[in-house]
Design a binder for this molecule. Structure first.
Ligand code: SAM
Ligand code: SF4
Ligand code: SF4
Length: 347
């Protein structure tokens, strides 16, 4: 039988070609979603009979736990569960429970559209999930319906927030992808609603992820422009980052009503600090959100690779990494390349 190497694996803490360490791992637990957000999984490209990964093609919980342990040995301290919609994965609290016991990991978060959260918030909290990020692009009922591909209701957002609070989660991060002419006019209403609630709204520049959202630069509202609009109503003050490599720029309301954030990957790329790896539900390792392919870990794992061999493989992939797509987006050969779909690696 294959010997398992306990916890620490001696492949060192790899640095990539730009000297970036590996400290975060985003784990997509499923490629399916109950929403069809037009900027991620448009309905016409992903009809109800679309063939997603089968159960056998997906990483099993013990495989995810094993890989997370190996990644922790290489320096990963933060895990984020995502998807598709992670809450569609059955028994997710069981996975959280396993990951919570991985040596070296000190933060486990999840990004979700929240529609299924009321049924599992308490079990996830009890299993050891630390934080939840909820995706909320608008609070306007019609626009919410449209932006979820006709599958979500804004009332579910409020139910999700209430369930997270009742389960004992601290304040939530509420992520909103801002698109010009689509929901940028709803930003002030969202702020009005959440200001003072303790939850942190974060506005994300619309990105050219995947292949099917017909992204155009004119649809991006640069964070500086959005901030200027917000400032005409509520003066803001810049805050220092919580830690090196934090993707959101933090600002606070001058009147003390809390904090908001801006994720400006198009107008102010932060590739220089990017320490995140992504694991797809079928066990591929992606070193960039805009990569066109991933490195198969599931194949070698199921073929009997030892933990040490997998650690060496992952360290080699990371060491070879030279990604900085957001910095070179303007170059024709960069943007023409096919990108992995967002729902495959989860943002
Ligand atoms: N289904 C979950 C959700 O929506 O929260 C998790 C997966 S989703 C792919 C993760 C995040 O990616 C969401 O916050 C979503 O808004 C964001 N996202 C998807 N497509 C995007 C795009 N084109 N630009 C910016 N963010 C995007
Ligand atoms: Fe689903 Fe999330 Fe993509 Fe929307 S953004 S389609 S909720 S995976
Ligand atoms: Fe990281 Fe790639 Fe995004 Fe740059 S473009 S911040 S390298 S994921």
């Amino acid at each position: 039988m294959r010997a398992r190497i306990p916890m620490r694996i001696d492949s060192g803490m790899p640095r990539d070609q730009r000297s970036r360490t590996l400290s975060d791992l985003r784990i997509s637990v499923i490629d399916r979603c109950n929403f069809r957000c037009p900027y991620c999984m448009p309905e016409d490209e992903y009809p109800r009979d679309h063939r997603f990964l089968s159960k056998a093609q997906r990483l099993r919980f013990e495989e995810i736990e094993r890989l997370a342990t190996i990644f922790a040995g290489l320096g990963v301290r933060k895990l984020r569960l995502t998807g598709g919609e992670p809450l569609l994965r059955r028994e997710l609290p069981e996975l959280v429970r396993r990951l919570a016991s991985v040596d070296g990991v000190d933060d486990i978060a999840m990004t979700t559209n929240g529609s299924l959260l009321p049924g599992s918030a308490q079990a996830l909290r009890d299993a050891g999930l630390h934080r939840i990020t909820l995706s909320v692009d608008t609070l306007d009922a019609d626009a919410y319906r449209k932006l979820s591909g006709g599958r979500g209701e804004v009332a579910e957002v409020h139910a999700a927030i209430d369930s997270a609070k009742a389960a004992g989660f601290p304040s939530l991060k509420l992520n909103s992808v801002v698109m010009r002419g689509i929901n940028d006019g709803h930003v002030l209403d969202m702020i009005e609603h959440f200001r003072g609630s303790g939850h942190v709204l974060r506005f994300i520049e619309y990105m050219d992820v995947g292949t099917c959202n017909e992204w155009r630069r004119e649809l991006v509202v640069p964070s500086a422009e959005l901030r200027a609009r917000i400032q005409t109503r509520w003066p803001l003050r810049a805050l220092a980052a919580n830690y090196g490599g934090e993707v959101a720029q933090r600002w606070e309301f001058a009147d003390g009503a809390g904090e908001i954030g801006f994720i400006s990957s198009v107008s102010e790329p932060f590739c220089g600090d990017c320490t995140r790896a992504r694991l797809s539900a079928d066990g591929r390792l992606y070193t960039c959100l805009f990569a066109n392919s991933g490195h198969d870990l599931l194949g070698p794992m199921r073929a009997g690779a030892s933990d040490a061999e997998l650690a060496v493989l992952i360290a080699a992939v990371w060491s070879a990494r030279d990604d900085r797509y957001s910095e070179i987006r303007g170059l024709a050969n960069a943007s023409a390349r096919r990108h992995v779909e967002m729902y495959e690696i989860g943002g």
